[in-house]
Design a protein around this ligand. Structure first.
Ligand SMILES: Cc1cc2nc3c(=O)[nH]c(=O)nc-3n(C[C@H](O)[C@H](O)[C@H](O)COP(=O)(O)OP(=O)(O)OC[C@H]3O[C@@H](n4cnc5c(N)ncnc54)[C@H](O)[C@@H]3O)c2cc1C
Length: 440
């Protein structure tokens, strides 16, 4: 069993370390995941000089480790919770914007010529209890009313057409959701960013950041770099160098397994429509087939804060077999994990704090969101900066408008005494597990 992501089999890792870095750039981006790279792409295409610093190898973070499942990622609070917090008008805007994320990704891949096995496959969510099915029906109806989401309920008697599992008593299908190959997407983004003349520096952690004479000075193992603007795109990997963000992000570990190759007949029986899948548990299980339809990839919250491949493998295999009992003898070929960045209010956040630009907090649904908010972040900086201003590049209203989102200015909250170590999460997860076990 390999303890690296299945996706890396198709996109081998780049291990070349840079020997130098620029002395000065218009914009320094910290983190070379989807957020940092899509922000870099917008700004480099517009003519700014951009350097992207990555602590590890390219794709070290969540962006080449995830499940590659895309959807609108509607806010966990639901429409009523969102309305109570933000009012009806803002809620409407948030829902309408969220529903555009998958179309945005479709266009983004096409415009940038990125081949990443993108398929508009739809998502099936299974209900573990009849009351979960009722809640799913209510949610679908209110989303259809609010923003015209395309979906349909699936009764238990028709479920075999969707999934070869007896674990559920029906479910819901969201037709617009999609899947892609996360590492191919990341690799394509890296190529596009390089083609736009931005510098990407793997194995170059930003160790220190200070403001001096109106500029930022970043320290890396290669020395100092000056930058007009700095974008923090570190999400679940935000370190102590950036305490103002670290205390607002909960880094939670998510793990996945990939089975050995299965027969086409078995794949057709278990996942007949080749969608992406999830269910009504609090500790959500998510799964899909590999793009070549030979394996099942199955993920959920990981055991513990550090990577524990053996325990994750056992736990995920148990969960897989609960869903598909006929897979009890199937071997697991790959197990891996990575960190997702949660925010305390379950919403993504974008903006500026202490003069630093940022986008993060996708709460485990960041394939489309990180690309979308990274792009928005790029436009925001372009709309405000006079960095690199030439006749061709001006801070302008068009860029500022393109950078606007209904997620602007949401309160990026923290909690008293929280500094970035979610020590309380094992107890919270245990509690959620118990509630799931009781079907509540
Ligand atoms: C196992 C798993 C499954 C997932 N499945 C899905 C899914 O199916 N669908 C979905 O939508 N989302 C999924 N996600 C979440 C999604 O992958 C993330 O939300 C998204 O990739 C975040 O992108 P990012 O660019 O913001 O952060 P990341 O890709 O995490 O990148 C942040 C980078 O910052 C770097 N960094 C940190 N500090 C520094 C520093 N000081 N200097 C330089 N670099 C630094 C890190 O090394 C890291 O590479 C999953 C995540 C995991 C881990």
């Amino acid at each position: 069993m390999k303890t690296s992501p299945y996706w890396w089999e198709h996109i081998p890792r780049e291990n070349t370390k840079p020997h130098s870095q620029p002395d000065r750039v218009d914009v320094a981006i910290i983190g070379a995941g989807y957020t940092g790279l899509s922000a870099a792409l917008v700004m480099a295409k517009a003519g700014l000089s951009v350097a992207v610093f990555e602590a590890g190898q390219l794709g070290e973070g969540a962006s080449s480790r995830n499940g590659g499942m895309l959807g609108p990622s509607f806010h966990k609070l639901g429409i009523a919770g969102l309305t109570a917090r933000y009012g009806a008008e803002r809620t409407n805007q948030i829902l309408r914007e969220s529903i555009s994320f998958v179309d945005f990704m479709d266009g983004f891949l096409t415009q940038n010529n990125i081949e990443a096995d993108f398929v508009r496959c739809g998502r099936f969510l299974g209900a573990l209890r009849p009351k979960h099915l009722d809640a799913m029906a209510q949610r679908l109806e209110s989303l259809q009313r609010a923003c015209g989401v395309k979906g349909e309920m699936v009764a238990q008697k028709n479920q075999a057409a969707e999934i070869g599992s007896h674990q559920y008593c029906g479910g819901v299908v969201y037709h617009n959701d999609a899947s892609l190959h996360p590492a191919k997407f990341h690799h394509g983004l890296v190529k596009s960013v390089r083609a736009a003349d931005a510098t990407i520096l793997p194995f170059t952690p930003v160790q220190h950041l200070k403001k001096q004479s109106g500029e930022f000075v970043l320290t890396t193992p290669l020395g100092e770099v000056r930058a007009e603007r700095v974008a923090i795109c570190t999400n679940g990997y935000t370190g102590p160098q950036f305490p103002q963000f670290r205390r607002r992000i909960l880094p939670l570990r998510s793990a996945m397994i990939a089975t050995e190759e299965l027969t086409p007949a078995l794949m057709d029986r278990l996942l007949p429509k080749n969608r992406v899948y999830g269910d009504s548990r609090r500790i959500v299980a998510y799964y899909r087939s590999s793009p070549d339809r030979k394996r099942i990839l199955f993920g959920s919250r990981a055991i513990g804060a550090t990577d524990q491949p053996q325990k994750n493998q056992q736990n995920l295999h148990r969960s897989l077999v609960r869903t598909f009992p006929e897979l009890c003898a199937v071997k697991v070929d790959f197990v891996w994990s990575g960190l997702v960045g949660y925010s305390f209010d379950h919403a993504p956040h974008i903006g500026q704090r202490d003069g630093l630009d940022y986008a993060m907090g996708y709460c485990g649904s960041g394939v489309a969101r990180a690309t979308y908010f990274g792009t928005k972040l790029g436009y925001k900086i372009l709309g405000q900066t006079d960095a690199g201003q030439t006749d061709a590049v001006h801070p302008d209203a068009e860029h500022a408008e393109k950078g606007r989102t209904s997620f602007d200015d949401l309160d990026f909250m923290t909690k008293p005494l929280y500094t970035g170590n979610p020590w309380f999460m094992p107890a919270v997860l245990q509690w959620h597990k118990m509630l799931d076990g009781w079907g509540l």
